[in-house]
Design a protein around this ligand. Structure first.
Ligand SMILES: Cc1cc2nc3c(=O)[nH]c(=O)nc-3n(C[C@H](O)[C@H](O)[C@H](O)COP(=O)(O)OP(=O)(O)OC[C@H]3O[C@@H](n4cnc5c(N)ncnc54)[C@H](O)[C@@H]3O)c2cc1C
Length: 356
């Protein structure tokens, strides 16, 4: 991993601010076995600490300490892998898993829309018309990351036009009717291959169906999906608090104590996250997981503020720049990624009102 850390440390600013290395990040992660984390050995995975998705959460956190762009690419790829691992369609899993794990094929997750749909926040943006044993897909995914221009596969939730239960299906970039936009012009995370996709009469045969019953499947997959997202918060908060602790000099009021308290809180939240993902409690108790995601996002903001307080004016000197400016920009993404903090707060308020 040291070689990957070096590569990320060397290129983190470029990954954030330019598209020039967007082709290299997926192979760099794959070369270090990242996408095999938390996958059982029988399916080509590598042994880890937990041998389940917790290893991927910790792997994403480890990468996010150096680069949130790379961690987000990791999240997209590993989430797609998780969908296949949790799919009843084992033929689909066996067909695509090897290339996804070795990084020769990019996997993207267009399921933000589906997660918002699951919480009753917006309709599904892809419609399906029955076509033989499968579906014809039409619609748009406005934001989707890890769309390698060479080739990608992506997952989307599909609303059948006949009103039957939504499903989750995949499509590939070379399927007729798939149109990828240019990369979106982002203020950060620019090396993440993030674009929009339009689907016009795209054939998704039954062999491409990841889950025939989207609502219950999405609820089951959500802890892994959200848990891996939280990995980005864990890594970014860790990096920022490490820097804050390294430069905070004694005698500056409560700052050092606050940094130590935030580090202890981060350790406690990490443990709660890993335990909850492992024992399945978040499948039924989604609010507990939502609260954790909110607490971790808050901690990221606090960590960045403490790093700034510890550095003071030095944070503004380019000759002393050690990634602070990048972490500051990267941190803006944490509350925004779906389910966003605003959405989670709304969902918790709705839940509290319903249980009163
Ligand atoms: C760099 C980047 C990469 C991304 N990559 C992916 C990806 O790979 N896959 C993917 O699926 N998505 C991806 N997204 C999409 C992202 O997760 C959001 O879905 C996207 O930002 C648009 O949704 P929004 O809710 O922010 O926007 P809007 O729906 O316009 O909402 C605006 C604001 O209102 C809040 N809001 C909206 N509806 C409600 C509600 N009912 N209750 C309370 N608050 C509400 C939102 O949280 C947000 O704060 C990416 C986004 C970015 C910026």
């Amino acid at each position: 991993m040291a070689a990957l850390h070096d590569w990320l440390a060397q290129h983190a600013d470029t990954l954030d601010q330019a598209e020039s290395l967007s082709d290299e990040v997926l192979p760099a992660l794959a070369a270090h076995g990242c996408f095999r984390a938390g996958v059982t050995a029988a399916l080509g995975g590598v042994a880890g600490t937990h041998n389940d998705v917790r290893d991927a959460i910790l792997g994403i956190a480890d990468v996010a300490r150096h680069s949130v762009t790379a961690a987000f690419v990791y999240w997209g790829q590993r989430s797609f892998i998780e969908y296949l691992l949790q799919s009843p369609n084992t033929a689909l899993r066996d067909r695509f898993l090897p290339a996804l794990m070795d990084g020769t094929l990019a996997g993207a997750t267009g399921l933000s829309n589906a997660m918002k749909f699951l919480s009753g926040m917006e309709p599904l943006s892809v419609q399906g018309t029955a076509d033989g044993d499968g579906w014809l897909l039409n619609g748009k995914l406005a934001w989707i990351t890890n769309l390698r221009p060479q080739r990608f596969v992506a997952a989307a939730a599909v609303a059948p036009v006949d009103g039957s239960t939504p499903l989750v299906a995949m499509f590939a970039s070379d399927d007729a009717g798939v149109q990828r936009s240019d990369n979106l012009r982002l203020i950060a995370l620019r090396g993440s291959n993030t674009a929009a996709v339009r689907l016009e009469g795209v054939k998704a045969p039954a062999a491409y169906v990841i889950a025939p019953q989207a609502p219950e499947w999405l609820a089951r997959v959500r802890p892994a999906f959200l848990g891996m997202q939280c990995g980005m918060s864990l890594g970014l908060a860790t990096a920022s608090l490490e820097r804050a602790a390294a430069v905070a000099v004694p005698g500056r009021g409560p700052l050092s104590d606050n940094i130590a308290k935030a580090q202890a809180e981060l350790a406690a939240l990490t443990q709660q996250l890993l335990d909850g993902v492992a024992d399945g409690r978040f499948v039924a108790a989604a609010p507990a997981m939502f609260k954790l995601r909110i607490a971790l996002a808050d901690l990221v903001q606090q960590a960045l503020t403490m790093e700034l307080h510890a550095k003071g004016g030095h944070a503004y000197l380019t000759q002393e720049e050690d990634g602070f400016a990048r972490r500051w920009r990267e941190s803006a993404f944490i509350p925004v990624i779906t389910p966003s903090i605003t959405q989670l707060q709304a969902a918790l308020a709705k839940h509290a009102a319903a249980t009163q």
